[in-house]
Design a protein around this ligand. Sequence first.
Ligand SMILES: Cc1cc2nc3c(=O)[nH]c(=O)nc-3n(C[C@H](O)[C@H](O)[C@H](O)COP(=O)(O)OP(=O)(O)OC[C@H]3O[C@@H](n4cnc5c(N)ncnc54)[C@H](O)[C@@H]3O)c2cc1C
Length: 404
Amino acid sequence: MRDKSGGQPAVIVVGGGPAGLTAAITLASAGLATALVGKRPARPDNRTTALFAGSITALETLGVWPLCAAQAAPLKTMRIVDDTGRLWRAPEVKFAADEIDLDAFGYNIENFHLVAALERRAAALPRLRMVEDQVRRVTPADDAVTVTLGSGERLHARLVVAADGRRSLCREAAGIAVEARDYQQAALTVCLTHSRPHHDTSTEFHTPSGPFTLVPLPGLRSSVVWVLDPAQAENFKDLRDDELAVEIEHASHSILGKITIEPGRGLFPLSVMTAKRFGAQRIALVGEAAHVIPPIGAQGLNLGLRDAASIGELAVAAHRDGRDIGGEDVLAAYETMRRADVTSRTLAIDLLNRTLLTDFLPVQGMRGLGLYMIDRIGPLRRTVMREGVAPAAAEPRLMRGEAL
Ligand SMILES: Cc1cc2nc3c(=O)[nH]c(=O)nc-3n(C[C@H](O)[C@H](O)[C@H](O)COP(=O)(O)OP(=O)(O)OC[C@H]3O[C@@H](n4cnc5c(N)ncnc54)[C@H](O)[C@@H]3O)c2cc1C
């Protein structure tokens, strides 16, 4: 395996999802010979991703954002509406980006537009070789990792970036265990057109089965992530378009007017998973290979992009200093950079989700009180907003707009 410049790859990225593509672009655009191994998904991904300000800055710095910005809608206001119908309900909370001096918290974009932009940028990088294949085996050794492809070909590199998703083969090869739990919930996803404008506002209705979220897309379009009991989600998925439109109009209290369902629906069982280590044996885990969190509060891929930017930054620095890019010190620094961010967000989303599902009155009261305080206390609200879009702890350089 040779990269486009004719040398052996220094890094192999496994998995061509958004986290893997971002990692590969980060590494290759900083001059490291990189091979990305992955196959295009058999089914199109009709989900959308809300990317927060730091992720947008990183994608701009990598030259990706200009390739897809026209397909994204700004998120200027985010509303949380308590629709639990319970005794202790929280007040409606509204977060406005201009309160923390931002034009927008971020942008929402359909995954296929984002991935297409990443692929176009990747194709333009001379140090990046795209290998359209499946990885069959990953064999770590002291000085390099061997990656065996479906074709039988073997690649070797001092560092493997594992972006091969939640059932990561690379993670298994590195001997990294996980903590995982399934929720009795599933997310139904669909895009729609509507008669009333969304005013660049995303609205999260908190219901007893989980959040029902409307996220703006350009024009009179929005995406829906509807967290439901799995059986109900399955039923809704099989409804006719006009029947599903009625259910969505009802759940959204008709705030977007008349709804037309677009083709393509997704159903995602909800779970949480965190790898006990983010790197071992020259293999660094990024994106859902490292952590899976429920689609509440739009955190998953934002975390994944920070993973990609962090391992990129550390590997490039090691390379420039003449150190081993897959060495223990690089993996230890990666663990330090990522652990608090991943843990704090996983706990917060898990806690919020549990307080929605519980019938225990004091817990419902605490949730209501928390949201009441956020609504009423300006500095607290602004802190929550800032922490929601970017971690207070050190952000990787790309998220600050610094090229590597
Ligand atoms: C309903 C829903 C809504 C969401 N909304 C948001 C949101 O608004 N904001 C946000 O930040 N996050 C959101 N997320 C989370 C986000 O979608 C995920 O974090 C993201 O898709 C993970 O990307 P990834 O690249 O890590 O993994 P994946 O997209 O799963 O990519 C993994 C890739 O690895 C490949 N692969 C696997 N095994 C191999 C192998 N052996 N060889 C080669 N390739 C392999 C797969 O084919 C795949 O292409 C949402 C998630 C869901 C379910």
